[in-house]
Design a protein around this ligand. Structure first.
Ligand SMILES: [Zn+2]
Length: 256
């Protein structure tokens, strides 16, 4: 337990030093890591590590080419505690569930939720680098890269790969059959679909009154942006949390 805490602190501090995490994000990473390590042992921490390291690398990858996307998405750069909770909060719930009920389904929910988080992060971090502009779900019109609710082929492929990596990474440690793993992969991917659906429908959107760009930011060019559509309380972090939560819930209904 103590070793798990020390390793988590080290990872969080490294994330902070590499500007992948803010101070509050690092603190929440320690809480998340310790809870998950407590419930699922080194396996839980290892899976979290695969998500954390590959997602950080994906964010850094060709970050210069993502400058324009930074104008659209709500938060850029180091992840704060809300973003850590949006991606890891469901993991904490699964950890608590497992500690209380000690049923395997909570481990599967944990794996699926990390797969969902990875698939979503890979999809957006790589997807914005797609050579072709993404298309908006429902209308199929091309929109600016980074727009929530839009998909590109490259982003979709990377999203499938990211989720697959997590499922594959857990294969050596679990005694489930291949059909279960395939099902977990699909369940994990459903998170990206839910995320995109919510992004296309109810996620709040604003428009900059200076440059007329659609954005998720409340401020653009140091000027408050104008509300366009969506539920005002539903930002990117809430959408992330909801989609990962849905994955855990689907997993629970399937395997319990
Ligand atoms: Zn602007």
């Amino acid at each position: 337990m103590f070793a798990i805490f020390i390793v988590t602190c080290f990872v969080a501090f490294t994330g902070y030093r590499l500007h992948s995490l803010t101070w509050s994000g690092a603190l929440l990473t320690v809480v998340t890591g310790t809870m998950i390590g407590w419930a699922f042992g080194w396996f839980g921490l290892y899976l979290l590590g695969v998500f954390f390291s590959t997602s950080s690398l994906a964010s850094k990858y060709r970050s210069r080419d993502k400058k324009e996307v930074d104008e659209i998405v709500e938060k850029t750069g180091a992840r704060d505690y809300v973003q850590v909770l949006a991606n890891g909060g469901v993991g904490i719930m699964c950890a608590i569930g497992y500690l209380v009920f000690e049923e395997t389904v909570w481990i599967m929910m944990y794996i699926a939720s990390i797969a969902a988080a990875t698939s979503d992060t890979w999809g957006s971090e790589f997807g914005v680098l797609s050579k072709r502009k993404p298309r908006f779900m429902f209308t199929f019109k091309t929109v600016e890269p980074g727009t929530s609710g839009a998909v590109s082929t490259f982003g979709t492929v990377m999203s499938i790969a990211g989720g697959g990596l997590i499922i594959l990474a857990s294969v050596p440690f679990m005694s489930f059959g291949w059909s279960t793993f395939l099902l977990l992969w699909v369940v994990g991917l459903s998170g990206s679909v839910i995320d995109t659906l919510l992004g296309a429908t109810v996620q709040r959107k604003y428009r900059c009154v200076v440059c007329d760009k659609l954005t998720e930011k409340r401020m653009h060019h140091d000027t408050p942006t104008a509300y366009v559509s969506g539920w005002r309380f539903l930002g990117n972090d809430a959408v992330n949390f909801l989609s990962i939560f849905s994955v855990a819930w689907i997993c629970f209904s399937l395997f319990s």
